[in-house]
Design a protein around this ligand. Structure first.
Ligand SMILES: CC(C)(COP(=O)(O)OP(=O)(O)OC[C@H]1O[C@@H](n2cnc3c(N)ncnc32)[C@H](O)[C@@H]1OP(=O)(O)O)[C@@H](O)C(=O)NCCC(=O)NCCS
Length: 376
């Protein structure tokens, strides 16, 4: 009799490797980056400090941060050839497809292999980190038939991106909410896209190929694409009075309710309260409370009847909407944050590499002989 093999569909519950980058603790509803609670990082640090922390393992001193910022700011421009590639993207292409291709293009401009010294990958990580916002914002403006805006080196990472998209730096509270969203999205252990980057790295491929794979994985609505799906859902509901009926209909038709549930957090997502605070602040600023009111109705019923709780994408979707972004920009914004976590994982994987190659249990037809074509 055939021995039964236990299958861990979706690798659910499987520990595949060690990491020192972040720790997700579902029981205590907490998340730390290199040992620091993410809420405290949001309160006390800017996104650049968090990027430094993820890559180097420690928070920077004032001097280190100043050098780090200078280094990031001087790389922001993209080449003329790169600009020509972005100009040729179909105007209706999804920005996740254009940023995936843009990152892949950057990889063609230098010869890189995996397993290289950490300094070389750190250099490439900084290049990706610094140029990705320019790639996204340039594509955003050109797609809308607007003049592209060159990056500025006197602005922070978040300010500069908002400036390149909107042509001005928004009020401080908007910049702060945006910066916090980048910190919250930066890293989350072995999620699907990070795992994809580690799988590619494990074959001793290069960091651009790994990040390109990560972007592809992030695009899906069960992962990063959920922040866009949440806002589309809120727009479809349209008014708090319609929220309950919409949800009951979703239950009846067994629809997945976007922005709820998580593979690891079964009792709530530790990042939600901080992002919810930002959302409330943005609602006050815009004097527009409709989206929060709709969300409150859905959240209450989901908790009471399904015991399923919101994830980070739930407050992030309407927050980006109130900042003025087109909906298809939300997941690319996630990319410009998660690039820090992905590249940290590529370097960690390289430092102690073993090819990632799981097994499968075969369920197809038994071995058979090939018939000559005339007899099939
Ligand atoms: C994230 C997600 C894929 C995690 O899925 P998972 O760990 O595989 O959990 P499961 O799909 O096994 O969910 C367990 C149960 O909860 C239900 N469930 C989970 N998330 C749900 C949601 N968002 N809406 C409705 N039901 C949901 C499942 O249908 C399943 O019910 P069942 O046991 O009756 O079949 C899932 O929660 C989801 O699709 N959420 C919506 C997309 C989203 O917001 N993604 C962003 C994640 S950060």
């Amino acid at each position: 009799m055939a021995k039964t093999t236990k299958i861990f569909k979706g690798l659910d519950g499987v520990v595949v490797d060690e990491t020192a980058i972040s720790q997700v603790m579902p029981r205590t509803n907490s998340l730390t980056y290199r040992g620091y609670a993410v809420q405290e990082l949001c309160e006390r640090c800017c996104f650049e400090e968090v990027a430094y922390l993820l890559w180097y393992g420690e928070l920077p001193t004032r001097y280190q941060l100043s050098n780090f910022k200078k280094n990031e700011r001087r790389r922001r421009k993209i080449s003329r050839n790169h600009l020509a590639v972005i100009q040729r993207f179909p105007k209706r292409a999804h920005p996740m497809d254009t940023i995936r291709t843009s990152v892949s293009y950057l990889g063609t401009t230098e010869i890189a292999w995996g397993g290289e010294p950490a300094e070389a990958d750190m250099e490439r990580s900084m290049n990706l980190f610094s140029k990705i916002p320019t790639m996204i914002a340039t594509d955003y403006r050109l797609r809308k038939g607007k003049r592209r805006i060159e990056p500025r080196s006197d602005l922070s990472y978040s300010e500069n991106f908002l400036y390149m998209c909107f042509g001005r730096v928004p009020p401080r509270r908007v910049v702060k909410a945006f910066d916090i969203s980048l910190i919250l999205y930066a890293e989350h252990s072995f999620n699907a896209s990070t795992f994809a980057t580690r799988v590619v790295t494990s074959t001793m491929s290069d960091i651009y190929s790994s990040v390109t794979a990560g972007i592809g994985a992030l695009k899906g609505p069960l992962h990063g694409g959920a922040n866009e799906a949440v806002m589309n859902m809120l727009l479809e509901i349209g008014h708090p009075d319609r929220a309950e009926a919409w949800l009951r209909d979703a239950f009846r038709s067994k629809k997945v309710v976007m922005g709820f549930g998580h593979r690891v957090y079964k009792w709530g997502d530790s990042r939600v309260p901080t992002m919810r605070g930002c959302l409330e602040d943005l609602a006050l600023w815009k004097n527009d409370h409709k989206w929060i009111e709709i969300e409150d109705v859905l959240e209450k019923i989901m908790a009471e009847e399904k015991k399923i709780y919101p994830n980070l994408d739930y407050p992030a979707g309407p927050a980006y909407y109130m900042m003025g972004f087109d909906i298809d920009m939300y997941t690319p914004i996630f990319v410009m944050s998660r690039i820090t976590g992905w590249t940290a994982h590529c370097m960690e994987q390289n430092a102690a590499n073993r090819l990632i190659r799981p097994l499968s249990s075969y369920t197809g037809v038994k071995q058979r002989r090939v018939k000559p074509i005339a007899k099939r």
